[in-house]
Design a protein around this ligand. Structure first.
Ligand code: C2G
Length: 719
């Protein structure tokens, strides 16, 4: 027993529980007991918990799932300390949290802390007197202790909990915290609250689609719970003005946003819960309803009269009005609103094909090769290439449309075919007649989408990123896959259930030209770039790092190859082609090296650069899966592999053992390898062969044709 009993409830939290427990065991205040209730998890939570052998921990592994309310109540029964504190198994505490709360609780029944979403705020290393505010809430302001409606940010005196018989209502789940916290607040004169510094951190949800946290569950699931808790609390505390007001606003706001937004998409949400909704809303103080806008007030009257259809209509009107009002604030929002309400209702153009590569950055990759094959095949489609900054030089003279321009919205709405190698904008609406061909842009080495645990990119959260990705992948009709290995990863990581085209990569067709043609193209590209015909080319094509950025979509790159040393040792025989990833915004300075270093970052299509190059240096980029089709040597400059593999992304395959070339940590190592490239090739021959068989087995130079045969409908195009 310690001074604080920390009650941790766990249900299927294998990805989170370690962080949670570590944060408890590493508290600056050590005199704690941890009571862990594993609510019959079906994943590996138990195994992870059992690895801990700290004497302060007592774990109860339940045989049957009892739900969060009962699990916490059991925790209260088992707690033997002076204070108790609740933590959910997917959340964690700042190191100073318990000490800070304990130092400031004084004589109060309980003290509140602040809740933040993990990743949204930096946790200070140390806490001084002026790093936080201590507020004392009394009267109507006590309700402010209900931060995020949660009971998890409170340090409570166990006596108080016992005397007041505070428990979580076991019939409730999603809103159960209110059934505990509201009575606690009502029965207390003054509540100290720590603000201005994070104490309780809500962990990011790593799988918002299949394993959402309680609050991420759907409106339909949460509604009965909300009604139940609202009724119960409202009946008990009608006379406590601040509580009654809090509950009314909770219900009214949920009605006016979440319920409404859901009901306009699926009317059953309204119709199935209509009576319960009506009964709950009838308890709301009339004065509260009077403060709503005129449409909502009328809607509440209709609701009380039982006019379901009229209520639904009014909800639709409100949603549309809100959207239009919001859209008037910014030009792009207005465009989107027009797109959503007008353009997507315009007649579909069955012959229009909209193509995009890397969000309009290039005329490149698989969309390019599919397009060129379509051009050859005499199909009478109208092609439209999307560009982001400047128009491209494209054969066949297709229309080009600037991304996010008014014309773009029109074409996006009316093109029957979308061909893209990356995600389209989140707002893009796939109409029932739209055929969306997603080619993707690489065999995955680094973890993708749902398979990534935490997403560290700027301007998004794990939850948002994964949800957007999921919504995007649900729009795809066809997904091109370069090999069987990718197919199984794509199915899982994208949660993609429609048709996968296992045909190899259209972008690699060019790598299967006859040798003579390849040599001819190589010389042609060399001449175009001004590279001397007698020099061999080393292509350096690394990837980007999620956590090194200037801003959204603009990543840093720190060139670790020693170019002058390379020039000194390799310059007689080779030149270097530097090819930065399209997300890299860094300008690499190569002044004074113009006859040795060629910056090819703006060169449209990397497949042509593969043809040009004799050796590839890369790191964790998917480029090596494609380059391997040429059976030319590959070196891996993996100076940060530990960080990249273990904390940033994680790999799908056994990279170190399967790689078709050596993993080198230093620039010198890379230069040595190039000086002995034949020896390296011989050493890695069997690795290379195995690699080729596994990852290049589908590419045969005809992928574009196979895709076209399956996706496009020549007979309709001829009409
Ligand atoms: N690419 C390029 N130049 C580079 C790196 C990449 O032109 N220096 C192109 C290649 O076509 C490559 C594609 O961008 O295949 C994807 O790049 P990756 O480095 O693999 O990274 P990413 O964009 O994160 O995509 O399933 C694959 C993954 O999603 C990787």
């Amino acid at each position: 027993m310690g001074q604080i009993s920390v009650i941790v409830t766990v249900y299927n939290k294998e990805d989170y529980i370690e962080k949670c427990l570590d944060s408890l065991l590493q508290q600056t205040f050590q005199d704690i007991e941890i009571i862990l209730i594993n609510d019959a998890s079906t994943d590996n939570s138990k195994g992870i918990i059992e690895r801990y052998s700290d004497s302060r921990m007592t774990c109860y592994h339940l045989d049957k799932n009892v739900g969060v309310s009962k699990a916490r109540n059991m925790g209260i029964e088992y707690a033997s300390s002076e204070f108790i504190y609740f933590v959910d198994g997917d959340d964690y505490l700042a190191p100073y949290t318990l000490e800070l709360l304990l130092n400031n609780i004084g004589e109060a029944n309980f003290i509140g802390g602040s809740i933040f979403k993990a990743g949204k705020i930096a946790i200070p290393m140390e806490i001084g007197e002026d790093s936080y505010y201590l507020r004392r809430l009394s009267g109507g302001r006590k309700i402010k202790a209900l931060r995020r409606r949660s009971a998890t940010n409170l340090l409570l005196r166990k006596d108080f909990v016992d005397v007041q018989e505070l428990r979580f209502d076991e019939q409730a789940t999603f809103y159960t915290d209110l059934t505990f916290s509201i009575p606690a607040i009502v029965n207390t004169e003054e509540i100290p609250m720590i603000t201005g510094v994070p104490t309780y951190l809500k962990g990011e949800c790593y799988d918002p689609i299949d394993q959402p946290t309680l609050m991420l569950h759907s409106v339909e699931e949460k509604l009965p719970d909300l009604f139940y808790v609202y009724h119960k609390m409202k009946m008990s505390y009608t006379d406590t003005k601040s509580i009654s007001r809090y509950l009314d606003l909770l219900l009214l706001n949920y009605y006016s946003k979440s319920i409404t937004n859901k009901a306009v998409k699926n009317s059953n949400v309204l119709f199935d819960h209509f009576t319960a909704l009506k009964n709950s809303l009838s308890l709301v103080a009339p004065g509260r309803i009077k403060r709503r806008n005129i449409i909502e007030r009328r809607e509440h009257r209709l609701l009380q009269k039982g006019k379901k259809e009229a209520v639904l209509k009014s909800m639709m009107f409100r949603v549309r009005l809100r959207q239009w009002r919001r859209s008037l604030r910014k030009k792009h929002l207005l465009m989107r609103q027009l797109y959503r309400t007008v353009l997507v209702k315009m007649p579909m153009k069955p012959k229009k094909v909209l193509l995009e590569s890397f969000g309009g950055k290039g005329y490149s990759d698989s969309p390019r090769y599919i397009y060129e094959e379509l051009l050859k095949s005499d199909h009478k489609y109208d092609y439209l290439w999307v560009y982001d900054k400047k128009k491209k030089d494209i054969p066949g003279n297709p229309k080009q449309v600037r991304r996010l321009s008014p014309a773009y919205y029109y074409h996006l709405a009316t093109a029957k075919y979308w061909v893209s190698n990356a995600r389209m904008p989140n707002f893009a609406i796939k109409r029932p007649e739209t055929v969306y061909l997603q080619t993707w842009h690489g065999t995955p080495l680094k973890k993708l989408a749902a398979d990534m645990k935490e997403v560290r990119m700027p301007g998004t959260t794990t939850e948002k990123y994964k949800r957007n990705f999921y919504n995007e992948a649900q729009k795809w009709d066809y997904l091109v896959s370069p090999n069987d290995y990718s197919t199984s990863i794509f199915r899982r990581a994208f949660k993609f259930g429609k048709e996968v085209l296992d045909v190899g990569y259209p972008r690699n067709d060019i790598l299967y030209l006859e040798d003579e043609e390849k040599a001819r193209r190589q010389q042609e590209i060399k001449a175009k770039l001004g590279i001397p015909a007698d020099k061999k080319v080393i292509l350096y094509a690394p990837t980007w790092r999620d956590d090194e950025f200037h801003g959204k979509g603009k990543y840093k790159f720190d060139l670790k190859l020693n170019l002058s040393e390379m020039q000194a040792r390799l310059g007689d025989e080779y030149v270097i082609g530097l090819r930065m990833h399209y997300l890299i915004a860094e300008h690499i300075d190569t002044t004074g090296m113009s006859d040795f270093v060629y910056n090819l970052s703006d060169y449209g299509d990397i497949a042509e650069l593969y043809l040009l190059s004799d050796i590839l240096i890369t790191d964790y980029s998917s480029v090596f899966f494609d380059f391997a089709n040429l059976r030319r040597p590959i070196l891996f400059f993996t100076y940060d592999i530990e960080k990249y593999r273990d904390s940033l992304r994680g790999f799908y395959m056994d990279f170190e053992n399967e790689a078709p070339g050596p993993l080198l940590k230093t620039s010198d190592g890379v230069i040595d390898a190039i000086e002995h490239i034949e020896k390296i090739e011989a050493t890695y021959q069997s690795n290379f062969d195995a690699f080729y068989d596994k990852y290049c087995h589908l590419d045969d130079g005809h992928a574009s044709r196979k895709v076209i045969n399956r996706v496009f409908e020549p007979e309709k195009a001829e009409m």
